[in-house]
Design a protein around this ligand. Structure first.
Ligand code: G6P
Length: 462
């Protein structure tokens, strides 16, 4: 069997110190790689002022980690600039927040070239190289230029936007051409795949073929949707672990019998946190009987604090939290507990299990693994209700959730209310359906499908 070589900008925190703020990528990739073993190559999370990066190699279990530091200037332009202020907002349909800067693009290309050069000596001919996410779109092309002929696949963890939005990127054609150097391009949902095809067709640079193949920029490759899953059994076990039970008992005691509504996200403007808080405010406004009967715990782990848009959004969330507590709070009840730090996934699993409602209401999200973790953590005797945004990739699969439009504040408030009063048998029916979905399409399913598709020969005559 070929060796798996995973490449991503962010490598899972070995120490565990960052685990609480980890996004779907590191959670998913770690779970997938643990099973097969292999190499995980990426940024160390450290920056240096000068000098050439020297890869650090270390092994834990069956995974060999190879990480490199970034130059401070590259970190600012490639990561802080092009990845997080150009591609991230644009791919999440936030053209209003996207900035375009040639120096950032140049740095982005340079870092991708550097990643390729640093990875090259470790590669064997029959490796399966699996590149992850928007930071590294040109990596495949760079590896090809160094003469790598083996199989290279790419998976995009965030949405692939509609053509109208995507073409606002001054380098839209360059990045699409870079993608055509992969043997396989994987996207989260059928909608992302449609957008990908639509671009090729409308820009006149390619078209779809049979069996998931596409022709793009004169090359034939496979493009398919692979919705990412979680290690469902593992997360379910976590939710009954000592750490989870202790944390949830502590939280439960503090609630004094009130129903818990929970939201857990990186503090990111795509997650719709201010809209969610407005919906909660509307719930308290429109359903006065719920006042003093519920508590919303909103956990927002700090993220990308060097990016100005994130600081601005933090201020907005803080202001909204203060307003809600000021408006509705009683001397013996605060409607909202807003917590601006991360917790371990174990602790969170306990909170999920205790809650009556899980709010996952992003304005746009590639998949959103919190939605799946929320389901996995529930108990059969008393499952909570998932309120899920239609704009999360997860909504495609999870039809047992209460699906909402996060921009429709009144509707989200109604869904919360519906969840609060939902009879036990309906909660159980919905939850069983959801659980079956995340059991069937779990992380193993995702990894196997991707790797099998990557290993599959492409008939050049097709
Ligand atoms: C999302 C992205 C990942 C990223 C994560 C955390 O899940 O898809 O690529 O790693 O957010 O963001 P950060 O910038 O801290 O790596």
């Amino acid at each position: 069997m070929s060796r798996l070589v995973v490449v991503s900008n962010r490598v899972t925190p070995i120490s565990g110190s960052r685990a609480a703020t980890a996004g779907g990528l590191t959670v998913g990739v770690l779970a997938a790689l643990r099973e097969t073993g292999g190499i995980w190559f990426g940024w160390s999370g450290e920056t240096v002022e000068t000098g050439m990066p020297i890869p650090k190699v270390f092994r834990t279990g069956n995974i060999t980690y190879i990480t490199i530091d970034l130059l401070q200037a590259d970190f600012e332009r490639y990561y802080g600039g092009f990845a997080n202020r150009t591609l991230w907002p644009l791919f999440h349909y936030r053209l209003d927040l996207a900035s375009f800067d040639r120096d950032w693009y140049v740095s982005y290309r340079r870092v991708n070239q550097l990643f390729a050069e640093q990875l090259y000596p470790y590669l064997r001919d029959d490796d399966l190289v699996w590149v992850h996410d928007y930071h590294l779109i040109p990596l495949g092309e760079e590896l090809r230029q160094l003469g790598i002929k083996g199989r290279i696949g790419f998976f995009l963890h965030i949405p692939f936007p509609s053509t109208e939005v995507y073409v606002a990127l001054p380098w839209h054609d360059r990045l699409m051409e870079a993608l055509s150097h992969y043997d396989l391009v994987g996207l989260q949902t059928s909608n992302d795949l449609r957008n990908f095809h639509d671009y090729l067709y409308r820009e006149g640079v390619g078209y779809g073929l049979a069996d998931g193949l596409v022709r793009a920029f004169g090359r034939t490759l496979r493009a398919q949707d692979f919705p990412i899953g979680i290690d469902t059994e593992d997360f379910a076990r976590m939710a009954t672990s000592t750490e989870a039970v202790r944390a949830s008992q502590r939280l439960s005691r503090s609630l004094l019998g009130r129903k818990l509504i929970i939201g857990v996200d990186r503090l990111d403007y795509t997650k719709g946190i201010t809209e969610r808080l407005r919906a909660y405010e509307t719930l308290l406004q429109n359903y006065p009987r719920q006042r003093t009967q519920v508590t919303l715990v909103q956990i927002s782990a700090p993220s990308r604090e060097e990016v100005p848009e994130y600081l601005e959004m933090r201020r907005q969330v803080e202001a909204a939290s203060g307003r809600i507590n000021g408006l509705f709070g009683e001397f013996d009840w605060m409607p909202l507990r807003y917590i601006n730090r991360g917790f371990t996934r174990r602790t969170l699993s306990g909170f999920f299990r205790l809650s009556r409602i899980g709010l996952v209401t992003p304005l746009r999200d590639g998949m959103n693994l919190v939605a799946k973790e929320y389901i996995a953590a529930q108990s059969e005797e008393d499952p909570g209700v998932l309120v899920l945004s239609r704009f999360a990739g997860a909504a495609d699969e999870l039809d047992g959730a209460l699906i909402v439009n996060p921009y429709d504040i009144e509707a989200v408030a109604e869904a919360m209310h519906r969840g609060l009063i939902m009879p036990l048998d309906e909660r159980q029916d919905r939850w069983r359906r959801l659980l079956a979905q995340i059991q069937e399409r779990d992380i193993v399913h995702w990894r196997q499908n991707f790797v099998d598709a990557l290993a599959q020969e492409i008939d050049p005559t097709n």
